[in-house]
Design a protein around this ligand. Structure first.
Ligand SMILES: Cc1cc2nc3c(=O)[nH]c(=O)nc-3n(C[C@H](O)[C@H](O)[C@H](O)COP(=O)(O)OP(=O)(O)OC[C@H]3O[C@@H](n4cnc5c(N)ncnc54)[C@H](O)[C@@H]3O)c2cc1C
Length: 396
């Protein structure tokens, strides 16, 4: 493997040559996200081309082994690629729960057959996954889940309901927590099952959000027959696997919030535009203080995440610390969005009116969307409980 500086130069050169200019501009809205999957849509030809080029070099999943569609990079080289993509403003070629959450878990707990079947299509952006964890009676108390899977010959028969399943109506497959042993202790009776959403008996119903979007669904299972080989790990291993996946999800969410801060622009610029400037300084002194505080908090959070990523790259593994970043990153994101709306005044409260610019309309929608960030992936209160118990080692 090339030394880090040579590698950085080479990968930056490749990105500069092959990442189309449109894929190096900030997103103008969620419609420009590429999710892949069988129902994939590309908002422009460059988006498709960018995915194809990244796939051809295994760069969609750079740290995965080549045999599973990755580039076989070390953790250090994968993070250099990430840094160079950020520096050059390259967009992610595809957004994918398969890539962010399921892939790392399959690499750790999956059988060889499961890795061969599922990882390469994820690395090519061909299959879109959704997460079937929450149920009407099992959110924070996830281990109370009741969706049943009963072994019948070589198949599990699944019955029950999931809720808040993001993009279930667009996903091809679901990684799902099911109860395989109703008599075992709550956490011990859970298993981790992969379900093809096209299987007869799976139905989804979209739920509309306050932001006007419908990013998630209720999902129903009625006598859904799932091959037993789709069980990851052993029957009853589900809780351990689920927790491992959540650590990846939480680490991802803190990174995503951080990235949003760059894409949505600087608070200072917004204040200059809406509040005004005198002698080169934002007019309102209290606002100046608040902006500086948030900028400092963002920087500290970013540096702490970088330090933690280096610990992971050094082979120390990620752990419950991801709850710390999830908690802090999402709460900080909410404070920042709140301040953005305040700065813009009534112009930050537009909904659909032609009088508001596209950027102003996004202020409102992003502010509303940010309220969900401290709920999804486990609420802030639950993260505080985990930090207290598993990071600080405090007694129950
Ligand atoms: C945008 C969005 C996308 C989502 N996507 C998915 C998805 O794709 N797949 C999926 O499976 N789920 C998804 N979820 C569901 C999410 O994981 C749950 O909403 C979350 O875990 C909270 O569960 P709940 O909604 O049942 O709230 P509850 O568990 O009922 O909690 C209600 C309130 O009580 C508090 N509380 C509960 N227990 C405790 C405790 N022990 N100590 C202190 N406070 C407590 C909570 O913090 C919260 O404020 C999504 C949620 C959102 C908002």
């Amino acid at each position: 493997m090339a030394d880090q500086e040579t590698f950085r130069r080479e990968i930056a050169g490749w990105l500069e040559q092959y990442c189309p200019a449109t894929m190096r501009s900030p997103y103008r809205g969620e419609e420009e996200w590429v999710w892949g999957g069988k129902q994939a849509t590309f908002w422009c030809d460059d988006a498709r081309l960018w995915l194809q080029r990244m796939v051809a070099r295994g760069l969609v999943a750079p740290a995965w082994p080549r045999e599973f569609g990755g580039a076989g990079f070390s953790a250090e080289h994968a993070s250099i690629l990430d840094e160079e993509m950020k520096r050059l403003g390259c967009r992610e070629p595809v957004r994918s729960l398969g890539l962010w959450m399921l892939g790392p878990v399959l690499l750790k707990f999956g059988s060889d057959e499961q890795k061969r079947a599922h990882l390469p299509p994820i690395a090519r952006g061909e299959i879109r996954w959704c997460q079937g964890y929450s149920e009407p009676g099992a959110g924070s108390d996830l281990a109370s889940l009741q969706t049943r899977a009963v072994l019948d010959g070589s198949e599990y028969v699944v019955n029950g309901q999931k809720v808040w399943t993001s993009y279930a109506d667009k996903a091809d497959w679901m990684f799902c927590l099911v109860r395989t042993d109703p008599h075992a202790a709550k956490h011990a009776g859970i298993s981790f099952l992969l379900i093809d959403m096209a299987t007869p008996g799976v139905t989804t119903r979209p739920i509309k959000l306050i932001s006007g979007r419908s990013p998630f669904c209720e999902t129903f299972f009625s006598d859904v027959r799932v091959p037993a080989q789709n069980l990851v790990g052993k029957s009853g291993d589900g809780w351990t696997i689920a927790k491992s996946l959540l650590e990846h999800e939480r680490a991802l969410m803190s990174r995503a919030r951080d990235q949003n801060a760059d894409e949505e622009g600087q608070l200072d610029d917004l204040a200059r535009q809406y509040v005004g400037v005198s002698d080169g300084r934002i007019l309102d002194a209290v606002l100046r203080d608040r902006i500086t505080q948030i900028n400092m908090d963002l920087l500290c959070n970013r540096l702490t995440m970088k330090r933690s990523a280096e610990t992971v790259a050094a082979g120390w593994g990620s752990g419950p610390e991801s709850s710390m970043f999830k908690y802090y990153g999402t709460e900080l994101g909410k404070r920042r969005r709140e301040l953005m709306v305040e700065i813009a005044g009534f112009r930050g409260l537009g909904w659909e009116d032609a009088e508001f610019s596209q950027r102003e309309l996004s202020l409102t929608r992003n502010w509303l969307r940010s309220r969900a960030s401290s709920i999804e992936g486990g609420t802030s209160e639950i993260q505080l409980n985990i930090i207290a118990k598993r990071v600080l080692g405090l007694p129950d």
